[in-house]
Design a protein around this ligand. Structure first.
Ligand SMILES: O=P(O)(O)OC[C@H]1O[C@H](OP(=O)(O)OP(=O)(O)O)[C@H](O)[C@@H]1O
Ligand SMILES: O=c1cc[nH]c(=O)[nH]1
Ligand SMILES: [Mg+2]
Length: 209
């Protein structure tokens, strides 16, 4: 494992992950808990956001402070499950624009298939947080990264909730400098490419499909 893997260690993260992992957690609670966990993950994952100096006046005196640089960051959701993370991130950082990369994983080959792309025209000038709750084989994250790099994006971090050792290794083989922020690092993949112990299919659990 490299220095570019950042694992959230916090009792509340463990507590909320237990709710997400529990197979009896209904979709409604799964969605709200995912949003709450995304707020905890945002704290380290957003730590490198650029600020720009700003002069304001408090009710008592003028002061120099700082605000998010312009243009604001872009939150890139790998559909569908990425929306669960991005919804929470955007509640904390409503200034961010939101982009969508539609990718699904072919169940037989485990290869990602691209079906939709929608990004701001100036994405190359923005800091990007690429978000997907699950990093399994790494195929989806790598394809998402390839698309962003082709668009000229330079400043990217990847945020997920559950990562596998295999997925982290694959992503860092392809993009050694990419910081990965995850709420946990699980044990391994099973023969169908699911993370163990994991939480199952994140998209299905968010949307009740
Ligand atoms: O690391 P990988 O092996 O590529 O697997 C991870 C991908 O699989 C899941 O998406 P899925 O294909 O189930 O699509 P969905 O989010 O629409 O359910 C998950 O949300 C990731 O995008
Ligand atoms: O465990 C896994 C692997 C891929 N996608 C998921 O949603 N869960
Ligand atoms: Mg799915």
């Amino acid at each position: 494992m490299t220095n570019n893997l950042h694992i959230l260690e916090h009792p509340l993260a463990t507590h909320k992950l237990a709710i997400l992992r529990d197979k009896d957690t209904p979709s409604a609670l799964f969605r709200t808990t995912l949003a709450e966990l995304s707020w905890l993950l945002a704290y380290p994952a957003f730590a490198a956001l650029t600020l720009t100096p700003r002069q304001i006046e408090t009710p008592l005196e003028p002061m120099m402070t700082a605000s998010l640089a312009d243009p604001a960051p872009c939150l890139v959701s790998i559909l569908r499950a990425g929306n669960g993370l991005v919804d929470g991130f955007s509640q904390l950082c409503p200034e961010a624009s939101i982009a969508h990369l539609g990718l699904y994983r072919d169940e037989d080959t485990l290869q990602p298939v691209s079906y939709y792309t929608s990004v701001p025209h100036d994405i190359a000038t923005r800091q990007v947080i690429l978000a997907d709750p699950m990093l399994a084989t790494g195929g989806s994250a790598i394809l998402g990264m390839q698309k962003l790099v082709e668009m000229g994006v330079k400043d990217i971090v990847f945020a997920c909730l559950v990562a596998s050792p295999e997925g982290v290794a694959a992503v860092h083989d392809a993009f050694p400098d990419l910081p990965i922020f995850t709420a946990c690092l699980d044990r391994e993949l099973n023969e169908k490419g699911y993370i163990l112990p994991g939480l199952g299919d994140a998209g299905d659990r968010i949307y009740g499909t």
